[in-house]
Write a protein that binds this ligand. Sequence first.
Ligand code: ADP
Ligand code: MG
Length: 397
Amino acid sequence: MPALLPGAATLGVLGGGQLGRMFVHAAQALGYRCIVLDPNAISPAGAVADKHVKADYLDSFGLAQMARDCDAITTEFENVPALALETLAGMRVVAPSGASVAVCQDRAVEKAHFEAAGVPCAPHAVISNDIELAAVDPSLLPGILKTSRMGYDGKGQLRVSTAAELAAAWAELKRVPCVLEQLLPLKAELSVLVARGADGQLVNYPVQQNLHRGGILAVTEVPARAIPADVQQQAVAAARQVAEALGYVGVLCIEFFWLDDTASARLPAGLGRLVVNEMAPRPHNSGHWTMNGASVSQFELQVRALAGLPLPEPRQHSASVMLNLLGDLWFADAGGPTSPAWDRVLALPGTHLHLYGKAEARHGRKMGHLNITAETPAAAHDVALQAAAVLGLPVDF
Ligand code: ADP
Ligand code: MG
Protein backbone atom coordinates (compact mmCIF):
# COMPACT_ATOMS: atom_id res chain seq x y z
CA MET A 1 0.00 0.00 0.00
CA PRO A 2 1.57 3.35 -1.01
CA ALA A 3 1.27 6.10 1.62
CA LEU A 4 -1.63 8.55 1.39
CA LEU A 5 0.34 11.73 1.00
CA PRO A 6 -0.49 14.89 2.97
CA GLY A 7 -2.39 17.47 0.96
CA ALA A 8 -3.83 14.89 -1.40
CA ALA A 9 -6.09 12.60 0.58
CA THR A 10 -9.20 12.56 2.77
CA LEU A 11 -9.30 10.84 6.15
CA GLY A 12 -12.52 9.69 7.78
CA VAL A 13 -13.35 9.34 11.48
CA LEU A 14 -16.18 7.34 13.02
CA GLY A 15 -17.32 9.30 16.07
CA GLY A 16 -17.61 13.01 16.73
CA GLY A 17 -16.21 13.35 20.27
CA GLN A 18 -13.16 15.21 21.53
CA LEU A 19 -10.73 12.49 20.44
CA GLY A 20 -12.08 12.82 16.90
CA ARG A 21 -11.75 16.59 17.13
CA MET A 22 -8.08 16.43 18.12
CA PHE A 23 -7.45 13.81 15.41
CA VAL A 24 -9.03 16.18 12.85
CA HIS A 25 -6.87 19.08 14.08
CA ALA A 26 -3.72 16.97 13.65
CA ALA A 27 -4.79 15.66 10.23
CA GLN A 28 -5.71 19.12 8.94
CA ALA A 29 -2.36 20.50 10.14
CA LEU A 30 -0.75 17.96 7.80
CA GLY A 31 -3.04 19.06 4.96
CA TYR A 32 -5.55 16.21 4.92
CA ARG A 33 -9.28 16.78 4.42
CA CYS A 34 -11.39 15.17 7.13
CA ILE A 35 -14.88 13.74 7.21
CA VAL A 36 -16.57 12.80 10.50
CA LEU A 37 -19.47 10.35 10.78
CA ASP A 38 -21.57 10.97 13.89
CA PRO A 39 -25.32 10.67 14.50
CA ASN A 40 -25.54 13.96 16.44
CA ALA A 41 -26.21 17.24 14.62
CA ILE A 42 -23.63 19.01 16.80
CA SER A 43 -20.40 17.35 17.92
CA PRO A 44 -16.88 18.44 18.88
CA ALA A 45 -15.29 16.74 15.84
CA GLY A 46 -18.15 17.43 13.43
CA ALA A 47 -17.74 21.15 14.16
CA VAL A 48 -14.12 21.24 12.91
CA ALA A 49 -14.23 18.60 10.13
CA ASP A 50 -14.36 19.58 6.45
CA LYS A 51 -17.57 17.61 6.31
CA HIS A 52 -19.92 15.97 8.81
CA VAL A 53 -21.96 12.97 7.72
CA LYS A 54 -24.87 12.80 10.14
CA ALA A 55 -25.81 9.13 10.32
CA ASP A 56 -25.78 6.16 12.66
CA TYR A 57 -22.64 4.01 12.67
CA LEU A 58 -24.42 1.14 10.95
CA ASP A 59 -26.46 3.27 8.54
CA SER A 60 -25.66 1.85 5.11
CA PHE A 61 -26.07 5.19 3.34
CA GLY A 62 -23.72 6.92 5.80
CA LEU A 63 -21.10 4.16 5.51
CA ALA A 64 -21.36 4.24 1.71
CA GLN A 65 -20.73 7.99 1.76
CA MET A 66 -17.65 7.48 3.95
CA ALA A 67 -16.34 4.76 1.64
CA ARG A 68 -16.91 6.94 -1.40
CA ASP A 69 -15.33 10.14 -0.06
CA CYS A 70 -12.53 8.96 2.25
CA ASP A 71 -9.23 7.30 1.34
CA ALA A 72 -8.77 5.84 4.82
CA ILE A 73 -10.98 5.61 7.89
CA THR A 74 -10.39 5.33 11.63
CA THR A 75 -12.50 5.38 14.78
CA GLU A 76 -12.26 7.67 17.78
CA PHE A 77 -14.47 5.62 20.02
CA GLU A 78 -14.20 1.92 20.88
CA ASN A 79 -17.88 1.17 21.05
CA VAL A 80 -18.41 1.92 17.38
CA PRO A 81 -19.76 -1.38 16.04
CA ALA A 82 -16.89 -3.54 14.77
CA LEU A 83 -19.21 -4.39 11.90
CA ALA A 84 -19.05 -0.77 10.66
CA LEU A 85 -15.25 -1.02 10.45
CA GLU A 86 -15.42 -4.44 8.77
CA THR A 87 -17.91 -3.13 6.20
CA LEU A 88 -15.64 -0.20 5.34
CA ALA A 89 -12.53 -2.41 5.27
CA GLY A 90 -13.91 -4.14 2.22
CA MET A 91 -13.60 -0.86 0.34
CA ARG A 92 -11.01 1.38 2.00
CA VAL A 93 -7.98 1.40 4.28
CA VAL A 94 -9.28 1.00 7.84
CA ALA A 95 -7.19 1.21 11.02
CA PRO A 96 -7.49 -0.10 13.63
CA SER A 97 -9.19 -3.19 12.23
CA GLY A 98 -12.68 -4.25 13.25
CA ALA A 99 -11.12 -7.41 14.69
CA SER A 100 -8.77 -5.42 16.98
CA VAL A 101 -11.57 -3.14 18.12
CA ALA A 102 -13.80 -6.17 18.78
CA VAL A 103 -11.18 -7.56 21.21
CA CYS A 104 -11.14 -4.25 23.12
CA GLN A 105 -14.95 -4.11 23.24
CA ASP A 106 -15.32 -7.21 25.36
CA ARG A 107 -13.48 -7.52 28.68
CA ALA A 108 -13.57 -11.32 28.63
CA VAL A 109 -12.09 -11.50 25.12
CA GLU A 110 -9.60 -8.76 25.99
CA LYS A 111 -8.37 -10.66 29.06
CA ALA A 112 -8.01 -13.84 27.02
CA HIS A 113 -5.91 -11.87 24.54
CA PHE A 114 -3.66 -10.53 27.33
CA GLU A 115 -3.11 -14.02 28.68
CA ALA A 116 -2.39 -15.42 25.21
CA ALA A 117 0.18 -12.63 24.71
CA GLY A 118 1.86 -13.70 27.98
CA VAL A 119 0.87 -10.56 29.91
CA PRO A 120 -0.76 -11.28 33.30
CA CYS A 121 -4.07 -9.64 34.27
CA ALA A 122 -6.17 -9.76 37.43
CA PRO A 123 -7.54 -13.20 38.41
CA HIS A 124 -11.09 -13.27 37.11
CA ALA A 125 -14.09 -15.35 36.07
CA VAL A 126 -16.56 -14.87 33.26
CA ILE A 127 -20.21 -14.87 34.38
CA SER A 128 -22.84 -15.27 31.69
CA ASN A 129 -25.21 -17.81 33.22
CA ASP A 130 -26.31 -19.25 36.59
CA ILE A 131 -23.91 -22.19 36.37
CA GLU A 132 -20.91 -19.86 35.96
CA LEU A 133 -22.26 -17.68 38.79
CA ALA A 134 -22.49 -20.67 41.14
CA ALA A 135 -19.04 -21.91 40.13
CA VAL A 136 -17.19 -18.67 41.02
CA ASP A 137 -14.06 -19.38 43.05
CA PRO A 138 -14.52 -17.67 46.47
CA SER A 139 -10.88 -16.55 46.30
CA LEU A 140 -12.01 -13.91 43.76
CA LEU A 141 -13.90 -12.12 46.56
CA PRO A 142 -13.86 -9.31 47.42
CA GLY A 143 -13.99 -8.37 43.78
CA ILE A 144 -15.37 -6.01 41.16
CA LEU A 145 -18.13 -7.20 38.86
CA LYS A 146 -17.84 -5.44 35.48
CA THR A 147 -20.11 -5.70 32.46
CA SER A 148 -18.12 -7.32 29.64
CA ARG A 149 -19.25 -4.72 27.14
CA MET A 150 -19.88 -0.97 27.03
CA GLY A 151 -18.27 -0.05 30.37
CA TYR A 152 -16.22 3.16 30.65
CA ASP A 153 -15.28 5.73 33.28
CA GLY A 154 -16.21 3.26 36.03
CA LYS A 155 -19.75 2.75 34.68
CA GLY A 156 -21.21 -0.77 34.72
CA GLN A 157 -19.15 -1.86 37.74
CA LEU A 158 -20.11 -2.98 41.24
CA ARG A 159 -17.90 -3.97 44.15
CA VAL A 160 -18.91 -7.20 45.90
CA SER A 161 -17.63 -8.99 49.01
CA THR A 162 -19.76 -12.12 49.31
CA ALA A 163 -21.42 -14.68 47.04
CA ALA A 164 -24.82 -13.20 47.97
CA GLU A 165 -23.67 -9.69 47.03
CA LEU A 166 -22.29 -11.06 43.79
CA ALA A 167 -25.64 -12.63 42.86
CA ALA A 168 -27.47 -9.39 43.73
CA ALA A 169 -24.98 -7.29 41.75
CA TRP A 170 -25.31 -9.49 38.69
CA ALA A 171 -29.11 -9.11 38.89
CA GLU A 172 -28.65 -5.32 39.21
CA LEU A 173 -26.52 -5.38 36.04
CA LYS A 174 -29.47 -7.09 34.31
CA ARG A 175 -27.64 -10.43 34.07
CA VAL A 176 -25.70 -9.30 31.02
CA PRO A 177 -22.36 -11.11 30.46
CA CYS A 178 -19.90 -9.90 33.10
CA VAL A 179 -16.39 -10.44 34.37
CA LEU A 180 -15.72 -10.74 38.10
CA GLU A 181 -12.21 -9.55 38.92
CA GLN A 182 -10.44 -9.99 42.20
CA LEU A 183 -10.03 -6.63 43.95
CA LEU A 184 -6.29 -5.98 43.90
CA PRO A 185 -4.28 -3.69 46.20
CA LEU A 186 -3.25 -0.88 43.83
CA LYS A 187 -0.20 1.21 44.57
CA ALA A 188 -0.51 3.24 41.37
CA GLU A 189 -2.05 3.12 37.91
CA LEU A 190 -0.09 3.59 34.72
CA SER A 191 -0.58 3.44 30.98
CA VAL A 192 1.59 3.00 27.90
CA LEU A 193 0.74 4.36 24.47
CA VAL A 194 2.13 2.60 21.43
CA ALA A 195 1.68 3.25 17.74
CA ARG A 196 2.13 0.54 15.13
CA GLY A 197 2.16 0.87 11.36
CA ALA A 198 0.78 -1.57 8.81
CA ASP A 199 4.41 -2.42 8.00
CA GLY A 200 4.98 -3.53 11.61
CA GLN A 201 6.96 -0.48 12.72
CA LEU A 202 6.27 -0.03 16.44
CA VAL A 203 7.00 3.02 18.61
CA ASN A 204 6.04 3.95 22.17
CA TYR A 205 5.80 6.90 24.55
CA PRO A 206 7.23 6.77 28.07
CA VAL A 207 5.11 5.38 30.91
CA GLN A 208 2.26 7.62 32.07
CA GLN A 209 1.23 7.70 35.73
CA ASN A 210 -2.52 8.11 36.15
CA LEU A 211 -4.73 9.20 39.03
CA HIS A 212 -8.45 8.44 38.76
CA ARG A 213 -11.18 10.11 40.81
CA GLY A 214 -14.60 8.47 40.87
CA GLY A 215 -13.59 6.11 38.03
CA ILE A 216 -12.59 8.99 35.70
CA LEU A 217 -9.02 9.93 34.83
CA ALA A 218 -8.12 13.10 36.73
CA VAL A 219 -4.33 13.58 36.48
CA THR A 220 -1.57 12.14 34.29
CA GLU A 221 2.12 12.73 35.05
CA VAL A 222 5.04 11.94 32.76
CA PRO A 223 7.65 10.93 33.71
CA ALA A 224 5.88 8.55 36.08
CA ARG A 225 7.68 9.77 39.20
CA ALA A 226 6.39 7.10 41.57
CA ILE A 227 7.00 4.05 39.36
CA PRO A 228 10.41 2.30 39.59
CA ALA A 229 12.43 2.01 36.38
CA ASP A 230 12.21 -1.79 36.22
CA VAL A 231 8.41 -1.71 36.49
CA GLN A 232 8.30 0.92 33.74
CA GLN A 233 10.46 -1.23 31.46
CA GLN A 234 8.22 -4.20 32.12
CA ALA A 235 5.10 -2.16 31.25
CA VAL A 236 6.57 -0.90 27.99
CA ALA A 237 7.64 -4.42 26.99
CA ALA A 238 4.19 -5.80 27.85
CA ALA A 239 2.40 -3.05 25.88
CA ARG A 240 4.53 -3.71 22.81
CA GLN A 241 3.87 -7.45 23.14
CA VAL A 242 0.10 -6.89 23.29
CA ALA A 243 0.15 -4.66 20.17
CA GLU A 244 2.33 -7.14 18.25
CA ALA A 245 0.13 -10.08 19.19
CA LEU A 246 -2.93 -8.22 17.85
CA GLY A 247 -1.15 -7.21 14.64
CA TYR A 248 -2.54 -3.82 15.62
CA VAL A 249 -2.40 -0.77 13.33
CA GLY A 250 -2.78 2.70 14.86
CA VAL A 251 -2.42 4.16 18.35
CA LEU A 252 -3.22 1.78 21.21
CA CYS A 253 -3.29 2.59 24.93
CA ILE A 254 -2.72 -0.15 27.48
CA GLU A 255 -3.55 0.49 31.15
CA PHE A 256 -1.80 -1.30 34.02
CA PHE A 257 -2.00 -1.60 37.77
CA TRP A 258 1.14 -1.46 39.86
CA LEU A 259 0.39 -3.58 42.92
CA ASP A 260 1.25 -2.99 46.52
CA ASP A 261 3.44 -5.89 47.58
CA THR A 262 3.51 -4.85 51.22
CA ALA A 263 0.01 -6.36 51.29
CA SER A 264 1.47 -9.48 49.69
CA ALA A 265 -0.85 -11.74 51.65
CA ARG A 266 -3.60 -10.46 49.30
CA LEU A 267 -1.54 -10.95 46.14
CA PRO A 268 -2.58 -14.14 44.38
CA ALA A 269 0.21 -16.71 44.08
CA GLY A 270 2.33 -16.29 41.01
CA LEU A 271 1.10 -12.77 40.25
CA GLY A 272 3.86 -10.18 39.87
CA ARG A 273 3.59 -6.54 40.85
CA LEU A 274 2.48 -5.41 37.41
CA VAL A 275 -0.84 -6.51 35.88
CA VAL A 276 -2.57 -5.26 32.78
CA ASN A 277 -6.05 -3.81 33.27
CA GLU A 278 -7.55 -2.90 29.91
CA MET A 279 -6.76 -1.29 26.58
CA ALA A 280 -8.28 1.31 24.27
CA PRO A 281 -7.95 1.00 20.47
CA ARG A 282 -7.36 4.73 19.92
CA PRO A 283 -5.57 7.78 21.31
CA HIS A 284 -6.32 8.08 25.02
CA ASN A 285 -7.03 10.70 27.65
CA SER A 286 -3.79 9.73 29.45
CA GLY A 287 -1.86 10.61 26.27
CA HIS A 288 -3.10 14.19 25.95
CA TRP A 289 0.17 15.49 27.45
CA THR A 290 1.88 14.49 24.17
CA MET A 291 0.24 17.51 22.47
CA ASN A 292 2.64 19.81 24.32
CA GLY A 293 5.29 17.64 25.96
CA ALA A 294 6.51 15.43 23.12
CA SER A 295 8.08 15.78 19.68
CA VAL A 296 4.99 14.24 18.08
CA SER A 297 1.46 14.01 19.52
CA GLN A 298 -0.58 10.82 19.84
CA PHE A 299 -3.03 12.30 17.32
CA GLU A 300 -0.35 12.91 14.71
CA LEU A 301 0.87 9.34 15.20
CA GLN A 302 -2.69 8.10 14.62
CA VAL A 303 -2.85 10.15 11.40
CA ARG A 304 0.53 8.81 10.27
CA ALA A 305 -0.36 5.20 11.06
CA LEU A 306 -3.64 5.51 9.15
CA ALA A 307 -2.02 7.21 6.15
CA GLY A 308 0.88 4.74 6.01
CA LEU A 309 3.48 7.45 6.75
CA PRO A 310 6.64 6.77 8.79
CA LEU A 311 6.24 6.70 12.58
CA PRO A 312 8.95 8.71 14.33
CA GLU A 313 10.09 7.48 17.75
CA PRO A 314 8.41 10.01 20.08
CA ARG A 315 10.78 12.04 22.25
CA GLN A 316 9.55 13.65 25.45
CA HIS A 317 11.01 17.16 25.51
CA SER A 318 9.27 18.49 28.64
CA ALA A 319 8.19 17.11 31.96
CA SER A 320 4.40 17.10 31.76
CA VAL A 321 1.27 17.01 33.87
CA MET A 322 -2.24 16.78 32.42
CA LEU A 323 -5.29 17.86 34.40
CA ASN A 324 -8.63 16.64 33.10
CA LEU A 325 -11.26 19.40 33.09
CA LEU A 326 -14.74 18.08 33.85
CA GLY A 327 -17.97 20.06 33.62
CA ASP A 328 -18.10 20.24 37.44
CA LEU A 329 -15.59 23.12 37.24
CA TRP A 330 -18.28 25.29 35.64
CA PHE A 331 -20.49 24.93 38.73
CA ALA A 332 -18.11 26.32 41.35
CA ASP A 333 -20.46 29.28 41.92
CA ALA A 334 -24.03 28.63 43.00
CA GLY A 335 -25.45 30.96 40.32
CA GLY A 336 -25.22 28.43 37.46
CA PRO A 337 -22.60 27.53 34.88
CA THR A 338 -19.76 30.05 34.58
CA SER A 339 -16.37 29.72 32.86
CA PRO A 340 -13.48 28.90 35.19
CA ALA A 341 -10.82 31.61 35.61
CA TRP A 342 -8.79 30.62 32.55
CA ASP A 343 -6.99 33.98 32.56
CA ARG A 344 -5.55 33.20 36.01
CA VAL A 345 -4.66 29.63 34.97
CA LEU A 346 -2.95 30.80 31.79
CA ALA A 347 -0.88 33.29 33.79
CA LEU A 348 1.00 30.28 35.21
CA PRO A 349 4.15 29.27 33.30
CA GLY A 350 3.97 26.35 30.86
CA THR A 351 0.17 26.02 30.83
CA HIS A 352 -1.59 24.90 27.63
CA LEU A 353 -5.39 24.89 27.60
CA HIS A 354 -7.40 22.58 25.31
CA LEU A 355 -11.20 22.96 25.33
CA TYR A 356 -13.35 20.66 23.24
CA GLY A 357 -16.01 23.12 22.10
CA LYS A 358 -18.88 21.53 24.04
CA ALA A 359 -21.62 24.12 24.42
CA GLU A 360 -23.06 22.86 27.67
CA ALA A 361 -21.11 21.98 30.81
CA ARG A 362 -22.47 19.05 32.80
CA HIS A 363 -21.20 17.25 35.88
CA GLY A 364 -18.73 14.52 34.88
CA ARG A 365 -18.61 15.67 31.24
CA LYS A 366 -15.12 15.96 29.73
CA MET A 367 -14.90 19.61 28.67
CA GLY A 368 -11.17 19.90 28.08
CA HIS A 369 -7.75 19.37 29.60
CA LEU A 370 -4.89 21.50 30.81
CA ASN A 371 -1.34 20.49 29.99
CA ILE A 372 1.50 21.82 32.11
CA THR A 373 5.04 21.55 30.76
CA ALA A 374 8.29 22.41 32.52
CA GLU A 375 11.98 21.61 32.50
CA THR A 376 11.78 19.31 35.52
CA PRO A 377 9.08 16.96 36.86
CA ALA A 378 9.12 18.85 40.19
CA ALA A 379 8.48 22.18 38.43
CA ALA A 380 5.64 20.75 36.31
CA HIS A 381 4.11 19.19 39.42
CA ASP A 382 4.36 22.45 41.34
CA VAL A 383 2.63 24.49 38.60
CA ALA A 384 -0.02 21.77 38.25
CA LEU A 385 -0.80 22.10 41.98
CA GLN A 386 -1.11 25.87 41.58
CA ALA A 387 -3.42 25.46 38.57
CA ALA A 388 -5.52 22.91 40.48
CA ALA A 389 -5.83 25.36 43.39
CA VAL A 390 -6.97 28.18 41.07
CA LEU A 391 -9.55 25.84 39.52
CA GLY A 392 -10.77 24.46 42.84
CA LEU A 393 -9.61 20.93 41.95
CA PRO A 394 -8.27 18.63 44.70
CA VAL A 395 -4.55 19.12 45.34
CA ASP A 396 -4.09 15.47 46.32
CA PHE A 397 -1.49 14.39 43.76
P1 ADP B 1 -13.30 1.53 32.94
O1 ADP B 1 -13.50 0.81 31.65
O2 ADP B 1 -14.57 2.12 33.46
O3 ADP B 1 -12.15 2.50 32.89
P2 ADP B 1 -11.63 -0.13 34.64
O4 ADP B 1 -11.62 -1.61 34.53
O5 ADP B 1 -10.42 0.58 34.15
O6 ADP B 1 -12.96 0.39 33.98
O7 ADP B 1 -11.86 0.24 36.16
C1 ADP B 1 -11.94 1.59 36.61
C2 ADP B 1 -11.06 1.81 37.83
O8 ADP B 1 -11.46 0.94 38.90
C3 ADP B 1 -9.61 1.48 37.59
O9 ADP B 1 -8.93 2.58 36.98
C4 ADP B 1 -9.14 1.18 39.01
O10 ADP B 1 -8.93 2.39 39.73
C5 ADP B 1 -10.32 0.46 39.62
N1 ADP B 1 -10.21 -1.00 39.44
C6 ADP B 1 -10.63 -1.70 38.36
N2 ADP B 1 -10.38 -3.02 38.48
C7 ADP B 1 -9.76 -3.18 39.66
C8 ADP B 1 -9.25 -4.33 40.38
N3 ADP B 1 -9.32 -5.57 39.87
N4 ADP B 1 -8.69 -4.12 41.60
C9 ADP B 1 -8.63 -2.87 42.12
N5 ADP B 1 -9.10 -1.76 41.51
C10 ADP B 1 -9.66 -1.89 40.29
MG1 MG C 1 -10.13 2.18 32.77
